[in-house]
Design a protein around this ligand. Structure first.
Ligand SMILES: [Zn+2]
Length: 256
């Protein structure tokens, strides 16, 4: 039997440009055209999109499509593109962002869930969980789960750590609260992953052309090595500056 791999793709917003609704990010905003081309590539290459709870079912190549933060384009752009192709995704929503400008409304969250998409937690406030004391960490994971379950009418079984920051303490609190899956943002294809270990994810960026996308999904060749190197290089300023100062520096750089 082939060793199992599971690419988990990490998207944010889908935006043609800076104008329009949604929160544009020059790195992470993927154009609707690129997103459609990526879904078509997945289908043409035999990948079946699955929800995190359905991974055991069926044969063949599988992929998890995930979205972080809860940008309004998750409902206006991603949902129709997925439905058209009979595909599914997991939407990791920061519960305090619901109803804010450019973000999903409670009605959008319900519409995504009613369409068979997963509504999962990306924290309550998007504060980095590693920086919180035990009580605040617990509250972030408990309150976001409750709010999202009430908005979606479905159980929330997965959490993606804001900023990808979380380790054993964060995972154990999440599992204790009834989450079954925890996701980070270390690049990888989850080869030989152990149960309850943090899922690795592949960040999809605006500048990514289809050959790079396909190389990362298949996790073959030099592209995965480059992605891992880039990730480790970015970790250095993060560790030197601390999470909070790193996020502010990144925001300042991105604002230019
Ligand atoms: Zn986020």
């Amino acid at each position: 039997m082939a060793e199992s791999v599971l690419p988990v793709l990490m998207y944010h917003g889908l935006h043609a440009g800076e104008s329009g609704s949604g929160c544009f990010d020059s790195i992470y905003s993927v154009t609707p055209e690129s997103f459609a081309a990526q879904l078509d590539w997945l289908r043409a290459n035999g990948y079946r999109s699955v929800r995190l709870d359905d991974m055991g079912a069926g044969e063949g190549k599988r992929v998890v499509i995930s979205f972080d933060d809860g940008d309004v384009s998750n409902a206006t752009v991603a949902l129709p593109a997925l439905r058209e192709r009979g595909m599914v995704a997991e939407f990791f929503v920061t519960s305090d962002f619901i109803g804010q400008r450019g973000m999903l409304t409670a009605h959008d969250v319900r519409a995504l869930a009613d369409a068979g998409m997963g509504i999962q937690s990306h924290g309550r406030s998007h504060r980095l969980l590693e920086d919180l004391d035990d009580e605040a960490l617990y509250a972030e994971l408990r309150d976001s789960k409750a709010r999202l379950e009430s908005a979606s009418g479905m159980p929330v079984v997965a959490v993606a750590f804001p900023g990808g920051c979380g380790g054993g303490r964060e995972r154990d609190v999440a599992l204790g609260l009834g989450y079954r899956h925890v996701l980070g943002s270390v690049p990888g294809c989850n080869r030989g992953r152990r149960p309850h270990e943090c899922y690795q994810r592949i960040a999809i960026t605006r500048a990514m052309a289809l050959p790079e996308f396909s190389g990362l999904v298949a996790w073959r060749g030099w592209r995965p090595r480059l992605a891992s190197l880039r990730f480790r290089a970015l970790r250095v300023p993060k560790q030197l500056l601390g999470n909070d100062r790193y996020q502010r520096l990144r925001a300042r750089l991105l604002a230019r």
